[in-house]
Write a protein that binds this ligand. Structure first.
Ligand code: 3MF
Ligand code: MG
Length: 346
């Protein structure tokens, strides 16, 4: 068994996480699988072998009926469930959204699934439930009343928050994951800023239960800077979880290995996380490419983890006094050069 990846001097929970969906059969919108699908519970040993401490899963991957078996399998492997999430995007019933559907019966079903996911998370031992805004949005204007849709989100999350607090106190927290488009043309909760605004509109007594799960590539798809997005979450005390990956420009969602496209920005991100004493889990949301052979399916996990550990070590060595001095001297370009020096190890 490979040793697990750890981040020296990280505050709070150490070890890295990845989703079981990261090890898919290679399907894309234009072509079917290029590898045989690995049964979900058989993906757990692959994640453990690749050096992960945490796994993440959707309710469609580990449904209630499988929760006990997943828990047992994970325990045997020394893996922990880092995050559990209801899938509001896979089932055709949610094709026009769950919480923002125009159909009351579908909104109710969405809430039921959300509450079940909270209970499953508790059994699996996950302290975070993520809600990704997969189908919450619109492709054609005026198909939903936007103001009404936002109110439905507020109402829905209030009910989910109430349920989580009643059943599990503060042991389960809820992190909303923004994305601007894909699969919908326009998605509600498109950015970190929108999620923070939504949280500010929730019942004040429930707001502490809600935070953000920013994903670096999603900020990039929105044309935004992921470091600033993360800093906004930190400033608000709302960085509950993070999905790390790379994105090669403003195009379809790629889920590339972390540290691949913008290593200098990733280095800066880690400096910020270190200085903030970020205590929660660092997880990857990456996609094993359809060109990788079945035997190499975990390469993307190991490459991401290795890049992260190397960058983390480089970030620890960044001299904060030099940053401060260059800021005071108003030498912005020289500061970029200093980070380059740290990145290239010169
Ligand atoms: C899509 C995503 C999702 C979410 C996941 C967790 C399938 O771009 O990022 O991954 O991370 O649903 O809630
Ligand atoms: Mg994600």
């Amino acid at each position: 068994m490979k040793t697990t990846f750890n981040l020296p001097q990280k505050a709070g929970r150490n070890g890295l996480g990845a989703g079981v969906w990261n090890l898919g059969p290679g399907t894309d919108p234009f072509g079917g699988p290029t590898r045989e699908a690995i049964p979900i519970l058989d993906r757990l040993p692959i994640l453990a072998q690749a050096g992960m401490t945490y796994y993440e899963a959707h309710d469609v991957e580990i449904p209630a009926s499988q929760v006990g078996a997943a828990r047992k399998r994970a325990e045997e492997l020394g893996l922990q469930c880092g995050m559990y999430t209801p899938s509001f995007f896979a089932d055709p019933i949610f094709k026009d959204g769950a919480m923002t559907s125009n159909d009351l019966a579908i909104r109710k079903l969405g809430l039921k699934n959300a509450m079940e996911a909270i209970d499953n998370a508790a059994v699996l031992g996950a302290s975070t439930v993520v809600f990704w805004n997969g189908r919450e949005g619109f492709d054609f204007v005026l198909t939903k009343n936007g103001q009404e849709a936002f109110k439905r989100l507020v109402e829905g999350f209030n009910l989910v928050g109430q349920y989580a607090r009643e059943r599990h106190g503060t042991s389960i927290r809820i992190a909303l994951e923004p994305k601007p488009n894909e699969p919908r043309a326009n998605m509600y909760l498109a950015t970190v800023g929108e999620v923070l605004y939504l949280i500010s509109r929730l019942d004040p007594s429930l707001q502490a239960l809600f935070g953000v799960n920013p994903e670096t590539a999603h900020s990039r798809i929105a044309g935004l800077d992921y470091l600033w997005d993360v800093e906004m979450c930190l400033e608000a005390g709302k960085l509950f979880h993070i999905h790390l990956n790379s994105q090669d420009g403003q195009r379809y969602d790629q889920d590339l290995p972390f540290g691949y496209t913008e290593p200098l920005k990733d280095l800066a991100l880690l400096v910020v996380l270190q200085d903030a004493g970020y205590e929660n889990i660092l997880a990857f949301d990456i996609k094993a490419p359809r060109t990788d052979e079945p035997k190499n399916i975990a390469d993307i996990i190991e490459v991401s983890a290795q890049n992260l550990v190397w960058l983390w070590e480089r970030a620890l060595a960044v001299d904060r006094a030099v940053i401060q001095q260059l800021r005071e001297e108003k030498r912005n370009t020289a500061l970029a050069g200093y980070l380059g020096k740290c990145l290239y190890g010169r």
